[in-house]
Design a protein around this ligand. Structure first.
Ligand code: DX5
Ligand code: ZN
Length: 221
């Protein structure tokens, strides 16, 4: 299982996004949170800004769509150049059709779950996805405390992926930090989103390295 770090630019300085992306050049992905002020009570940016970010980002862009009607809007993020597009199970009308459409556009398709959404109704859909995103905060804002109640779901999802034999990544997002990443890795996550933990650090590259080491050590035992 290759561990990957995907810092969220939600905690970056939005007036200097190109420079902020350069600060995380050692990470695997740049996590971009798209919020529409309907699915979540916050508003960030849309496909034109993602297209601009893709052009300057030193690493691939991982979009996390916290929006209503992803069936209509998600393909635009593939067209914008994102390499991974995650939409939410709670918002999608036809998740299988949308995942297939995204894959046909050449991007990785991800399925996001809010803390109260179980994985079980979606287990038969694992072959349709490249990644499952288990939220460990209520989506909408950076800097919230990690919800330990989500750990059993991470564990169950990892077990289901392992028994399926599929190469589906398991991303964890929300409150991931030096204090919580080991718990996530131990439960089976392999892609770690961290916003405030990375952008709140003076040395973002050093923090990415530290998070990677902690996750790897937790996986080793
Ligand atoms: C929250 C977003 C996260 C957020 C994480 O709804 O999906 O990606 O940026 O921020 P931290 O790591 O500060 O919890
Ligand atoms: Zn996110």
């Amino acid at each position: 299982m290759a561990l990957q770090i995907s810092p969220s630019i939600l905690s970056a300085d939005f007036a200097r996004l190109a420079e902020e992306l350069d600060r995380i050049a050692d990470a695997d992905w740049a996590h971009v949170d798209v919020m529409d002020n309907h699915f979540v009570p916050n508003l960030t940016l849309g496909a034109p800004v993602v297209e601009a970010l893709v052009k300057v980002s030193p690493i691939p862009v991982d979009t996390h769509l916290m929006i209503e009607d992803p069936d209509r809007w998600a393909p635009a993020y593939a067209d914008a150049g994102a390499r991974s597009v995650t939409f939410h199970a709670e918002a999608a009308r036809a998740p299988v059709r949308l995942a297939r459409e995204l894959r046909a556009l050449g991007v990785r398709a991800g399925l996001g779950l809010k803390p109260a959404t179980p994985i079980e109704p979606y287990l038969d859909l694992l072959p349709e996805f490249d990644m499952i995103l288990v939220m460990t905060v209520e989506p909408g804002f950076g800097g919230q405390p990690f919800l330990d109640v989500c750990l059993p779901k991470i564990r169950r999802t990892r077990e289901a992926i392992a028994s399926s034999g599929l190469d589906v990544w398991l991303q964890v997002d929300g409150g991931v930090s030096e204090d919580t990443i080991e718990r996530c890795a131990d439960a089976g996550a392999d892609v770690f989103v961290a916003g405030s933990a990375v952008y709140g650090a003076d040395d973002a590259a050093g923090q990415i390295k530290r998070l990677r080491e902690l996750a790897a050590a937790a996986c080793a035992h």
